[in-house]
Design a binder for this molecule. Sequence first.
Ligand SMILES: [Zn+2]
Length: 195
Amino acid sequence: MRDRTRSYTTDLPRIGLPFLVNMRRRLTELSPGMQISCTTESGVLYTSRHADGYAMTINGVTRVIRTTITQAGYGIRQWYACPHCVKRVAKLYIGRKDIACRECWKLHYKSQSGDKLDRMRMSIRRQRYAIWGNNDLTNNLFNRPNLFPKPKGMRWETFNRRLARLMQYELAYWRAFSPVVERITGALKRKVSLI
Ligand SMILES: [Zn+2]
């Protein structure tokens, strides 16, 4: 069963490394003490320079955001340090009264396509078990149901109708299954380009 108390990364607005680059450039152009603001779903986020890095304020709560540097080829790359666990991160999540990394917020990555496939797999199993019961043959989704025997006592008409419906559903499942690999690859590519 899916745990409904989970929170997902998509639940909170986030700032990534492009935001950091942009923010640094804009703050360098401003005189000290000036702040920049941006509107997020959690409220207006104000950022200013601070002796130790940056100060970010959301709904009256201020966090000092330090940054950390790693070598990247001939240049350097700047990261956020989470104000709570101090770990180096590429994204910070903005809550209504706090700013922290994914782990500190206990956020999970959500795969919507994965959820959909989970539901489809559950439905296939339900339909299979209703006709043939739960056994080694029906448990393995790679076994095609047109090879399963008609259960004793079931009318051919009923069996054929239910089998046809199941076959159609399983075909839709395998069609939905293959693009997921492409989608995951796409997400990885986007992630790399953000860094
Ligand atoms: Zn953290």
